[in-house]
Design a binder for this molecule. Structure first.
Ligand SMILES: NC(=O)c1ccc[n+]([C@@H]2O[C@H](COP(=O)([O-])OP(=O)(O)OC[C@H]3O[C@@H](n4cnc5c(N)ncnc54)[C@H](OP(=O)(O)O)[C@@H]3O)[C@@H](O)[C@H]2O)c1
Length: 264
């Protein structure tokens, strides 16, 4: 299927690896110009080289900016005046008991996971509305629904993205701009692969066995019963980036293998 994205420009926050990187790769294959991002120039350059190798003639660029610092957002806005597709993908989490989670941890997660997307949306949506075309995504998580007790602060950041995305969608009424939330479930990013390997070493078993047990005990509602691949999430984002997907606005797009449950 031709997603009709050729020539359009995307920015993806937190995209030197994981879902963001895979999304960059899919959008580049569709002929888009893509700006990636990570915290350091070094990590951005490594990712750029990988993407240039994977997608010959890719129009790919990078901007290093650490979203835990509000002032770093300026670097993105200065380097990229307009985008057609804004993917607010960056997300960090700390696994800790509610009682041990400090205010600084809550604030850092809100700054990175929520406020980066708020600031970038404020900056880019006006141009999208003027041009009568644009796509905005916020990467949520199954945790917004499940709320694991060691991830209450992270889950709260993700739940708040749903309200922001829906509110922004309402501002797009009658235009060709859309704003949607994407809800991944457990996804096999590099971090998840490390988690499986470390747990396997700790429990003297294999990463495959750890994965099976994780779904049996921690994600019992999952219908997929395995980690999704980053490509499975990336191709979903690519479809909803397309002009073909204009009728999906203010929506919650689940790619969680059914883990957040419920018939509605
Ligand atoms: N993987 C999952 O199982 C899963 C499940 C549900 C939802 N999600 C959500 O999906 C999104 C992507 O997840 P992922 O697992 O692919 O992410 P990830 O692998 O943990 O993300 C790594 C990327 O984030 C960048 N990054 C981290 N902190 C940053 C900061 N302060 N400023 C700028 N960039 C930063 C890293 O850049 P550098 O290292 O180059 O600095 C790297 O590009 C997140 O919002 C996450 O919450 C993931």
């Amino acid at each position: 299927m031709d997603l009709k994205l050729k020539g359009k420009t995307a920015f993806i926050s937190g995209s030197t690896s994981g879902i963001g990187f895979a999304t960059a790769q899919v959008l580049l294959k569709e002929g888009m110009k893509v700006y990636i991002n990570g915290r350091t120039q070094n990590s951005v350059e490594i990712a750029l080289k990988k993407l240039e190798k994977a997608v010959p003639k890719a129009q790919v660029f990078g901007v290093a900016a650490d979203f835990s610092e509000e002032k770093e957002l300026k670097k993105i806005q200065t380097a990229i005046p307009n985008v057609d597709v804004l993917i607010n993908n960056v997300g960090i989490y700390t696994s800790s008991s509610f009682f041990d989670t400090t205010s600084a941890t809550w604030q850092e997660q809100f700054q990175v996971n929520v406020m980066s997307g708020v600031a970038l949306s404020k900056f880019y949506i006006k141009g999208m509305l003027e041009r009568n075309w644009g796509r905005v995504f916020f990467l949520s998580s199954e945790c917004a629904y499940i709320v694991p007790t060691d991830l209450i602060s992270y889950s709260a950041t993700k739940a708040s993205l749903h309200a922001i995305s829906r509110g922004l969608a309402q501002l797009t009424k009658g235009t060709g701009v859309t704003s949607n939330v994407v809800v991944p479930g457990s996804t096999l990013s590099e971090g998840a692969q490390r988690f499986l390997k470390e747990k396997a070493t700790e429990e003297k078993t294999t990463p495959q066995e750890v994965e099976v047990n994780f779904f049996k005990t921690e994600r019992t509602q999952s219908l997929l019963q395995r980690f999704a691949t980053v490509e499975e999430v990336a191709t979903t984002i690519a479809y909803y980036s397309s002009p073909l997907a204009v009728a999906t606005n203010g929506a919650i797009i689940k790619v969680d293998g059914g883990s957040s449950g419920g018939a509605l």
